[in-house]
Design a protein around this ligand. Sequence first.
Ligand code: SAM
Length: 355
Amino acid sequence: MESIEKQLIEALHQKKLPQTCKALLESDDQLPLAADRELVEQVLSTCENIGAFCTEQKQSVLSKLADAGGAVALGENDRPISYSLFHTFAIDLNWEDLDLLIPILKAENYLFWNPVEGGGWEAYKRMYDAMEVIKTDDSTTRLIIRWAEDRKRGKLGRLLLPGSLDLQWLQLPKPLWPLYYLARPIRIVLDRFGAKKPPILGPYLGTPISLISPILELVGATSDDKLVDIGCGDGRIVIEAADQIGCEAVGVEINDQLIEIAHAEVRRRGLQDKVNIVHSDASEALTSDASIVFIFLPVATLRSLIPQLKQQLKKGTKIITHEQARPDFGEGNQPDASKLVLADGALTVAHIWHV
Ligand SMILES: C[S@@+](CC[C@H](N)C(=O)[O-])C[C@H]1O[C@@H](n2cnc3c(N)ncnc32)[C@H](O)[C@@H]1O
């Protein structure tokens, strides 16, 4: 029979983790070992904690919206989230309330992938039916806001539809929002023939702080290691590694704002001797003397990055990533180990390759 850990990872990939935990706990013969029962109980309690966190966040946003005069629509909004695997929740809004919500979200430090003022925002509201905003503190919370029925578009419709890059590229006044349909092909042509920019390999999502210590333990990090985080975001992995374990750590990042946040935290903790945050594209990351390479990027990126790293890195280096969804790392690219990583209010699966 498969180990309990493997069953739990499979259940996580199928997004059926709470149900599987409950079924295991209710059965008489599936958990003969106390350690397994304890693990399943811990996982269920983590899902419950994440659900409670999401419910609280949702209620907080909705009550602030009601205070601002919003007529909060029913539907998803009233549903408490009993168990969740992800720090993600959705709210349904009336179109008219969208503008009331933006200052509330700004005050709560949510980040937007698209413009939320001027013609860009006007275009987004009219062209799309939902948007995702994120807030990163100890973990990254995703909020999905829906204000219209799912608009079905054909292939051509999707191709012509301005995306967040187009809406950010040009700042148009509100009444001119339809001109973004013209701006899109122009932006694409200019991008194609303009100076090459480093590719954005993935959006910013912070690894939950509570998972960092168990991940470092899992990969066996010691003070003799040199850890490189490719796409280090606000530097949380390299900073915790240097602070908790005392190893040398290098973070590579292209986003200026995140680099500034990382530098400030390095200075605040007095870790300048141990931590180096480098402004560079991932492809130029100096990993040749790394003993541990940490990466938290989309699986589609990892599919090409992992084989490249395996060729570049010195023998004995460990590569570690984590991901909740079922990853497809590609043929011949399977990790040497995949382990469930659990903390109080977060869980993930870590994948390790030994070069
Ligand atoms: C999912 S975040 C991971 C942040 C951090 N490693 C963590 O686990 O908390 C991915 C990061 O990669 C950065 N990134 C994306 N493309 C990059 C590139 N070409 N070179 C360097 N960093 C990049 C993003 O700005 C983002 O901060």
